[in-house]
Design a protein around this ligand. Structure first.
Ligand code: FES
Ligand code: MG
Length: 566
């Protein structure tokens, strides 16, 4: 009898008669048609996230077959299991609220079920961080496999990709430059294949980060969802998972202070999504590491933007793949990276970068170090009296003319207030004002939605105004652009100074000084802080209650306090 505690015998419940438990488990496994022989193999679990509510994962059945092929060929037994899936646009109030729930589901199912390693199949924005967080906490050998990006569509001879172009057309529609008929036509051309958003949004950013961290096979972040290489990557991922078992290559050996810094470098060099700062803090947090925003600024000042993709540049993920992908980028950044970091293949990052070094690179998409798109990184952290715990600005997506700007605050106290008044012709607002949104942070009932991209008020949009300084404790879609200060911490719902801003106050943004300040004297702020705040109904049951009790700030990755390692 094979009672080695691996494979199907792994993680066996033991109420006294271990052999009986094993006999029972094998008999139920055999009811699925497995032979006794194959049940002796090590088991590779596959965290499977296909869902009718997740368009980005609709090709997962085909990818799953390829993963299984790889596992079987390498001598393992593949067993997929479902977890929660998060389709970005189908979740209310926001997918972020459920990222931690998905991470808990992933962690517990990886730990509870008999598997020796796990392939994490994810892709859409929150799924990759949720799976990586869960995997780090679960501590089994784990390898990420992403969905890959969508292909672009076409409209009147122009390429379109979700969702930077979605926003561009919508802004033109709001400004009266695109008709009802055309916006309907565009709607069906923005997202035309399986896969994640076609630009360097959050999903693509997290895919690049997973590869840079060493948690995913080299060269696989940017392969389009529908490309045959994606299936080959899936097969290779399955085979690699089997090899990771013998090497006991657990996430704690891969997710380290150094690999997290590598991931931050890549985030900066791709002009990636602001959301990734939160997700990376959460993933690192599960390994007991924290990300200092001061360190982020140091890295940002010394990391050039090299990748020319929307929303910051011109290309799409399919161009990044064809142009060399993450491997080419890492080679450009080589002297800035920690090369001794371990990866899922058992090689260090430095070893991995040793081969393919002569591969062709599309220099319109991946710039040389000597000729960067921007000399400094895409993201910076701001401090100042409005954001003592920090805030994030994507300077590569912002209008340089607004980098040093003082203006009058036009305050919206909630998402509802914003929706009710932003297009009101009577709204007292000019292009020099600073739009402020309160109560949209992690501690608010809206759970930090991507509402930080406040629309330009219609009366200004129709006059051709395209950008204004906007400040909130919310997030912004990775596909959006503008001079937008996000993740103001502490958030207004947890008593942060953002909640003390009143209409007509002066605010000052200084990118040079890395500050966002409320120009109101201390005594007046104290007086405002002492004013009674409107009572908010606390959720009394279920996940919402857990969320309200445990949620931490953006600086802690919006993870739950009780999920931090002891
Ligand atoms: Fe899934 Fe954009 S909606 S990645
Ligand atoms: Mg997104």
């Amino acid at each position: 009898m094979n009672d080695k505690p691996t494979g199907i015998a792994n993680n066996l419940t033991n109420y006294g008669d271990r052999d009986f438990s094993l006999y029972l488990r094998r008999s139920f496994a055999q009811s699925m048609g497995y032979s006794r022989e194959i049940l002796k193999r090590p088991v590779v679990g596959i965290a499977y996230t296909e869902s009718g509510f997740n368009n980005c994962h609709r090709h997962f059945p085909e990818m799953l077959e390829a993963v299984k092929r790889g596992v079987l060929t390498a001598g393992g037994l593949p067993m997929e299991f479902p977890t929660i899936s998060l389709g970005e646009v189908f979740l209310n109030p926001t997918s972020l609220k459920f990222r931690n729930l998905m991470s808990m589901d992933t962690e517990e199912m990886v730990r509870a079920q008999p598997m020796d390693a796990v392939v994490l199949m994810g892709g859409c924005d929150k799924t990759v961080p949720a799976q990586l967080m869960g995997a780090v906490s679960a501590g089994r050998p784990s390898i990420m496999l992403v969905a890959g990006p969508m292909m672009t569509g076409r409209h009147h001879g122009e390429r379109l990709g979700a969702c930077t172009d979605c926003r561009r057309f919508w802004a033109q529609y709001r400004a009266g430059k695109v008709s009802d008929d055309e916006i309907h036509e565009v709607e069906s051309k923005l997202a035309t294949t399986a896969g994640t958003c076609a630009v360097m949004g959050t999903a693509s950013t997290m895919a690049c980060i997973a590869e840079a961290l060493g948690m995913m096979l080299p060269g696989t972040a940017a392969i389009p969802a529908v490309h045959a290489d994606r299936l080959r990557a899936a097969e290779a991922t399955g085979a690699t998972a089997v090899r990771m078992i013998d090497a006991n290559l657990t996430p704690e050996r891969i997710v380290t202070r150094e690999s997290v810094e590598n991931a931050l470098r890549v985030l900066l060099a791709i002009g990636g999504s602001t959301n990734a700062v939160i997700h990376l803090a959460a993933i690192a947090g599960r390994a007991g590491l924290s990300i200092s925003l001061d360190r982020l600024n140091e890295l940002s000042d010394t990391t050039p933007v090299l990748v020319n993709l929307k929303p910051v540049g011109n290309g799409y993920m399919e161009d990044f793949f064809a142009g060399g992908g993450v491997g080419a980028l890492l080679r450009e950044l080589k002297d800035l990276l920690h090369l001794d970091c371990m990866t899922v293949t058992g090689e260090t990052l430095g070893e991995r970068l040793g081969y393919d070094s002569g591969a062709w690179i599309d220099r319109t998409i991946i710039a040389e170090r000597a000729k960067p798109l921007e000399p400094q990184g895409g993201l910076i952290a701001l401090f100042g009296n409005l954001a003592p715990g920090g805030a994030i600005l994507k300077r590569s997506a912002a209008d340089e003319k607004l980098f040093e700007h003082e203006g009058r605050a036009v305050v919206f106290t909630s998402l509802e207030d914003l929706a009710a008044r932003i297009d009101d012709p009577a709204l007292d607002v000019t292009a020099d004002d600073i739009l402020v949104l309160q109560n949209a942070g992690p501690h608010s009932t809206s759970a930090m939605p991507e509402a930080g991209y406040l629309p330009i008020p219609k009366k200004l949009a129709t006059k051709g105004i395209k950008d204004m300084v906007r400040v909130s404790d919310a997030r912004m879609s990775g596909t959006a652009f503008g001079t937008i200060v996000l993740h103001v911490t502490p958030d207004s719902a947890s008593g942060g100074p953002l909640g003390l801003v009143r209409n007509g106050d002066r605010l000052r943004l200084s990118v040079k000084e890395r500050r966002i300040d409320l120009l109101v004297d201390e005594a007046e702020l104290k007086r405002r802080a002492a004013e009674p705040r409107p009572a908010v109904d606390k959720p009394s049951r279920g996940y919402a209650k857990l969320y309200a009790q445990e949620i931490m700030g953006a600086d802690e990755g919006c993870d739950f306090a009780f999920l931090k390692p002891r």
